[in-house]
Design a protein around this ligand. Structure first.
Ligand SMILES: [Cu+2]
Length: 305
C-alpha cells in the first residue's frame, strides 16, 4: 500500500497532573502531507529531580502527588504518523505511529501506563468526534491501530506514552480525511446527557471559570430507569473514570490536551476530577466511564474567561 509519512511531532510535556498543569510551548505541527517536518518543542524545566521515584507510581494518581510538578522528560522524543495516501471517511484506516529519539532512531521500549503502552485520543479538529483507542506494537516496535474517521476534515491524534524509564508525554499528530466535514454543531452548555440507560450530569462550582484556577468537576451518574445513583461502575483502564479535555482551536496541540483521573473517596456514582484550564477559551470534555462493561463517554463544553 502506498503510505506516506504525514506528520512528525516532538513530544511535549506531561499534561496529566491536573493540579500541576503548565502550558508549555508553542507546539505547532505539520499539517501538510508528504513532507516530514520536525519541530523543536522544548519542554520547560519543571522536573522535580527524582524521576526514578515516579516510575512505578504514575503521577496521575494525583492524590499522592498533588502539588508536585510533572516529570520532565529526560530524553525528548518525536512521534511519526504513517497513514495511507488517501483516507476516506467511514472505513477502517490503518494508522502507524513510530516513536523516535530526536535523531530519528526508533524507540521500542515503553512502560505500561493505565494498562496500555500507548493511549491514542483521536478528535476531529471541530471537536465533534472523539475516540480513545489503544495501538499495539508490531515486531519492529511501531504502534499500529485501525480507526474509523466518521467524516472528512482535519483530525488531531494525541499519542500518550511513556518511554521506558522516562517521563510520560503526549505527542499531537495531524491527519486529513477526504470529503466534507460534518456540519457544524452549536456549542451547548447543557449539563446533563443521557447515554443508553445512564444519565450523566456535570456539576461545576461555578460557570464563571477562570484560567489557571484549580477547579473540581463533578460527574454524577444516575440510572435512567431507577432514577438512583449508579452502583455498577467498574474500573476502566485502572481508574473509575477518565476525563479528557481539549481546548477548541483551529488545530489543537499538545498544550490544548488535558487528561485527568478522579479523586478517591467518593460515592459509586459520583466522581470528582480536579483540573485547571490554562487559558481563556472553549473546552470540550469527555468523561469516560465503565458501567458494568459498557464504556460510555459523556461530552460537555465549558467556557473559560
Ligand atoms: Cu487509553
Amino acid at each position: 500500500m502506498n503510505r506516506l509519512v504525514i506528520a512528525v511531532a516532538i513530544a511535549s510535556s506531561l499534561l496529566v497532573i491536573p493540579g500541576c498543569y503548565r502550558p508549555t510551548s508553542e507546539a505547532s505541527l505539520n499539517e501538510s502531507s508528504e513532507v516530514e517536518r520536525i519541530e523543536s518543542n522544548p519542554v520547560e524545566a519543571k522536573g522535580d529531580g527524582h524521576n526514578q521515584h515516579h516510575q512505578q507510581h504514575h503521577p496521575d494518581s494525583h492524590s499522592e502527588h498533588s502539588g508536585e510538578e510533572p516529570e520532565k522528560p529526560q530524553n525528548p522524543t518525536q512521534a511519526k504518523l504513517t497513514v495511507p495516501s488517501a483516507i476516506a471517511a467511514n472505513q477502517p484506516v490503518a494508522l502507524g505511529i513510530e516513536i523516535q529519539d530526536t535523531a530519528g532512531n526508533p524507540i521500542s521500549e515503553f512502560d505500561i501506563v493505565h494498562e496500555k503502552k500507548m493511549h491514542l485520543i483521536v478528535v476531529s479538529d471541530d471537536l465533534q468526534f472523539f475516540s480513545h483507542i489503544h495501538p499495539t506494537q508490531n515486531q519492529g516496535g511501531q504502534f499500529q491501530v485501525e480507526n474509523i474517521f466518521p467524516s472528512g476534515g482535519n483530525y488531531t491524534l494525541f499519542a500518550d506514552y511513556k518511554p521506558r524509564g522516562d517521563a510520560q508525554r503526549v505527542s499531537a499528530l495531524k491527519t486529513t480525511v477526504a470529503g466534507n466535514p460534518s456540519p457544524p454543531k452549536e456549542m451547548t452548555l447543557t449539563r446533563s446527557q443521557t447515554l443508553g440507560n445512564t444519565e450523566v450530569g456535570l456539576m461545576l462550582p461555578t460557570e464563571e471559570i477562570s484560567p489557571g484556577e484549580p477547579i473540581t468537576l463533578a460527574f454524577h451518574l444516575e440510572d435512567v430507569q431507577t432514577q438512583t445513583m449508579v452502583t455498577d461502575l467498574q474500573s476502566y483502564l485502572g481508574e473509575l473514570g477518565h476525563l479528557v479535555i481539549v481546548k477548541q482551536s483551529d488545530s489543537p496541540t499538545e498544550a490544548d490536551y488535558i487528561h485527568a483521573h478522579p479523586m478517591p473517596n467518593h460515592g459509586p456514582g459520583h466522581l470528582e476530577f480536579m483540573t485547571q484550564f490554562p487559558e481563556p477559551g472553549n473546552y470540550k470534555m469527555w468523561g469516560e466511564f465503565n458501567r458494568n462493561g459498557e464504556i460510555i463517554a459523556a461530552e460537555f463544553w465549558v467556557t473559560v474567561k
